[in-house]
Design a protein around this ligand. Structure first.
Ligand code: FEO
Ligand code: CA
Ligand code: CA
Ligand code: CA
Length: 612
C-alpha cells in the first residue's frame, strides 16, 4: 500500500485549521487566534526581511546580501594563549599546540558577557576531519600516541574572550576566561544515574565523575548564565581489543561497535576499550553544563536529561516557572524529548539543580495534528530504576509508543510566541527500515515522505501556552524540496519556491525579535535531486506568514551550524563547519592553505543592527 501523505493533504488540512482559527475557533483549548494575530501586527514582514535575497551558488566563500560584510573571528588551531605557536599549515599542529588552541569543527555556540564586561564565546568542537588534521601522515590517520592525543584535544569545547576593535572581532589571547575542555576534563555526574552501578568504572569506583566530553554538537544556554553542550555521536570512539567481546542490546542501540574506525582512542586511553571498561559508554551521551564565567568550575553531566545522541538543548521557563528543555536525538527513526524540572526557578538557590531533578518525556505526534508528551518512568517503560531510564533512554522511549522521527536536529522556541520548531533533517530509512531498536518508521503526517531526502521543520504549540503541559498541537512549518526537479511531494510545501529552496535543515534559532534562522547541513552536490541548491546556506523565516528568504550561502563543502548574536544585535556570529571537507575547497584562507572550520562575524555595512 502506498501510504505516502501528499503535500496537498498536509497543506489543505493546515489551511482548513487556519481558516477555523480566523473564524474565531480556538482548537484543542488553545487561544491561538489572539496570539497569532497579535504577533503579525507587532512584526511586519518588512522588519523580518529587510535585505536583498542571496542566490544559491557554489563559490568557495561567504555570500551575503549587498548591505553586509563578514570577517573571520576564530579558526580551528588558532592559539588561545601567547606561548603557543600559530597554526602550522604542514603539520596542522601537535598535541601540545592543539591542547591550547581552538578545537576543530566548531558547532553550537553561545555568547556570554562577564561581570567585567568582557565578551566570551563558548563553542563546541564536534569532531575532526582526519584527512585534514592528519594530512601530515601517509595513512591520513593518527600514527602514534601524540597524534591520537592531538585528535582528542581537537574535540570538546573552546571558551575564549573576543573583543571588537574597529568593527573587527578577534580572539583575545591569554584572557583569564580562556579555557579548553577536552575528552579528559573532569566532570561531575548529577541526577538519577549518579552513583548507579552502571556508571562505575576503574577510575571512578563510586560512579560520580565522568572524564571529558566529546562529539559536542548543538548548544544551549540557561537563564542563570551557563552553557549547555550536547554529546551527539559519542559512540564512534569506542572499540574492543578482545575480538570475542560480546556486545549487548544496549551497546547496539547506541551504535557502539567493537571495531576500531581508525581514530584509535582506545590505544591512548584504555577506557575506550569496551573489553576493559564496559561501563565507560554509559558516562557519555548527555547534556553537560559549563559555567564559562568561572574557568576553574567543574562541568556537570546532567543524566536527568537522558542519554541519546543529543543535538541541542533548548531551554525555556514554563508558565508555572518550571525549567523545560527540548531535545532531539539525531539518528534515523529516533525520538524527540523534553525534560521538565520538578521545582520552579524561584524555589531553588542553586539553579543547576533544576537540571538534575525532573521528569523526562518523549513526543507522540498524532495524525490529527494533536500531540502528547509521554512520561518515561519505571512504570511506563518497565525499566527497573529511574537511573536506567536516564542511561538507556532510547530503550525506554521504545516502550511507550512515541513517534519515530526523521532525525531531530536543533529545536528552537519563539520568544515572541507560543511556538517551538524542530528541524527534521532527512531520513533515507523512512518507510523502509526500522530504527536500531526495531521500532517502526512508517510514513506518517509528521514524517510524510518515504526516503526523505530534503527534510522538514515541525512546529508545535504547547497547550495553554504552557511548556510543561503534556499536550500540544502541531503542524509542518515547511517541507523542504526542489521545485526545479520535482512536481510531486518532493517539490516541497507551498512556502518553498525556486528562489528559497534548500535541503536538510539542521541549525535553528529564533532571534529576540522572533525571526527564525535556519541553517543547513545538506547535500551540496548541486546536481540530481539537489540541482540548483548550491552550497549549504542560512535562511530567515517569518513563522507568522510562512515566508522564507535566503540570507547567506556558505563556502564549498561546508555545513552552516552555530549562531549567536552580540547583545547590541550589530553582529551575528555564524559557524562554518568543515569547509572543503572533501578537499574541494580551502576556505577561509584560500591559496594553498588548509581549509579550516571557523566562526565568522556578520555586520551591516552601515553599522546598524543586522536586521532593522
Ligand atoms: Fe551534529 Fe545532528 O548534528
Ligand atoms: Ca547538527
Ligand atoms: Ca546534520
Ligand atoms: Ca556537522
Amino acid at each position: 500500500m502506498n501510504n505516502i501523505t501528499k503535500f496537498e493533504d498536509i497543506t489543505n488540512s493546515l489551511i482548513s485549521r487556519r481558516s477555523l482559527i480566523k473564524k474565531g475557533f480556538a482548537f484543542g483549548g488553545l487561544a491561538l487566534m489572539s496570539s497569532t494575530l497579535g504577533s503579525i501586527t507587532a512584526y511586519s514582514s518588512q522588519s523580518f526581511f529587510n535585505f536583498t535575497k542571496v542566490d544559491c551558488n557554489n563559490n568557495d566563500t561567504i555570500t551575503l546580501p549587498e548591505q553586509y560584510n563578514w570577517s573571520v573571528v576564530s579558526k580551528w588551531g588558532d592559539p588561545m594563549w601567547s606561548d603557543v605557536e600559530e597554526f602550522n599549515q604542514t603539520s596542522c599542529g601537535s598535541h601540545e599546540s592543539q591542547l591550547k588552541s581552538v578545537g576543530d569543527n566548531n558547532d553550537g555556540m553561545e555568547l556570554f558577557i562577564t561581570s567585567d564586561n568582557k565578551t566570551l564565546l563558548a563553542v563546541n568542537n564536534e569532531y575532526t576531519n582526519h584527512k585534514i588534521i592528519f594530512s601530515n601522515r601517509k595513512s591520513l590517520l593518527p600514527e602514534n600516541k601524540e597524534d591520537i592525543l592531538k585528535g582528542m584535544y581537537a574535540h570538546g569545547v573552546s571558551i575564549f574572550e573576543i573583543e571588537n576593535s574597529n568593527n573587527q572581532w578577534n580572539l583575545v589571547k591569554d584572557s583569564k576566561y580562556n579555557r579548553r575542555i577536552t575528552p579528559f576534563t573532569k566532570m561531575e555526574i548529577t541526577g538519577p544515574a549518579k552513583g548507579h552501578s552502571l556508571m562505575k568504572t576503574k577510575e571512578d569506583k563510586d560512579g560520580i565523575y565522568a572524564k571529558g566530553t566529546w562529539n559536542n554538537c548543538g548548544s544551549g544556554k540557561t537563564p542563570w548564565g551557563t552553557y549547555l553542550t550536547c554529546e551527539e555521536n559519542f559512540n564512534k570512539y569506542f572499540s574492543s581489543s578482545d575480538k570475542n567481546f560480546k556486545s549487548t542490546n544496549e551497546l547496539n542501540r547506541y551504535g557502539i561497535r567493537t571495531r576500531e574506525i581508525g581514530l584509535n582512542w582506545a590505544k591512548a586511553d584504555s577506557r575506550f576499550d569496551l573489553s576493559k571498561e564496559v561501563n565507560e559508554p554509559n558516562k557519555v551521551g548527555y547534556v553537560v553544563e559549563i559555567d564559562p564565567l568561572n574557568p576553574n568550575s567543574t562541568p556537570k553531566k546532567h543524566t536527568a536529561l537522558g542519554r541519546f545522541k543529543h543535538e541541542n538543548a533548548e531551554l525555556v521557563i514554563s508558565k508555572d516557572g518550571k525549567i523545560v528543555v527540548y531535545m532531539g536525538d539525531d539518528e534515523r527513526g529516533e525520538y524527540l524529548y523534553k525534560y521538565v524540572s520538578n521545582e520552579s526557578i524561584n524555589e531553588v538557590k542553586d539553579k543547576s539543580t533544576l537540571l538534575s531533578n525532573g521528569n523526562l518525556y518523549v513526543a507522540k505526534f498524532n495524525d490529527n495534528f494533536t500531540g502528547e508528551w509521554l512520561l518515561l518512568d519505571t512504570q511506563t517503560t518497565g525499566l527497573s530504576s529511574k537511573a536506567e531510564v536516564c542511561i538507556f533512554t532510547r530503550l525506554a522511549a521504545s516502550k511507550v509508543g512515541a513517534t519515530t522521527m526523521d532525525r531531530p536536529e536543533w529545536i528552537a522556541s519563539n520568544p515572541k510566541k507560543n511556538e517551538v520548531c524542530c528541524c527534521l533533517t532527512n531520513n533515507k530509512n523512512r518507510g523502509i527500515k526500522t530504527n536500531k531498536g526495531g521500532d517502526k518508521v512508517d510514513v506518517d503526517k509528521v514524517n510524510p515522505r518515504k526516503n526523505n531526502k530534503y527534510g522538514q521543520i515541525v512546529r508545535w504549540k504547547p497547550r495553554d501556552n504552557n511548556h510543561s503541559s503534556v499536550y500540544f498541537e502541531w503542524d509542518l512549518f515547511v517541507v523542504a524540496g526542489n521545485p526545479n526537479v520535482h512536481d510531486d511531494n518532493n517539490r516541497g510545501s507551498k512556502n518553498i519556491d525556486k528562489e528559497n529552496m534548500f535541503n536538510s535543515p539542521d541549525g535553528l534559532k529564533f532571534d529576540k525579535y522572533g525571526r527564525l534562522w535556519i541553517q543547513t547541513d545538506g547535500n551540496y552536490s548541486n546536481s540530481g535531486d539537489f540541482k540548483g541548491m548550491g552550497n549549504n546556506q542560512m535562511l530567515i523565516a517569518d513563522t507568522n506568514t510562512g515566508k522564507i528568504k535566503r540570507f547567506m550561502v556558505g563556502p564549498k563543502e561546508c555545513e552552516v551550524t552555530g549562531l549567536t548574536f552580540a547583545p547590541d544585535y550589530k553582529t551575528v556570529f555564524v559557524g562554518i563547519q568543515h569547509p572543503g571537507e572533501r578537499l574541494g575547497g580551502n576556505f577561509p584562507d584560500n591559496g594553498n592553505n588548509k581549509p579550516r572550520s571557523c566562526i565568522i562575524a556578520i555586520q551591516k555595512k552601515d553599522g546598524s543592527q543586522v536586521l532593522t
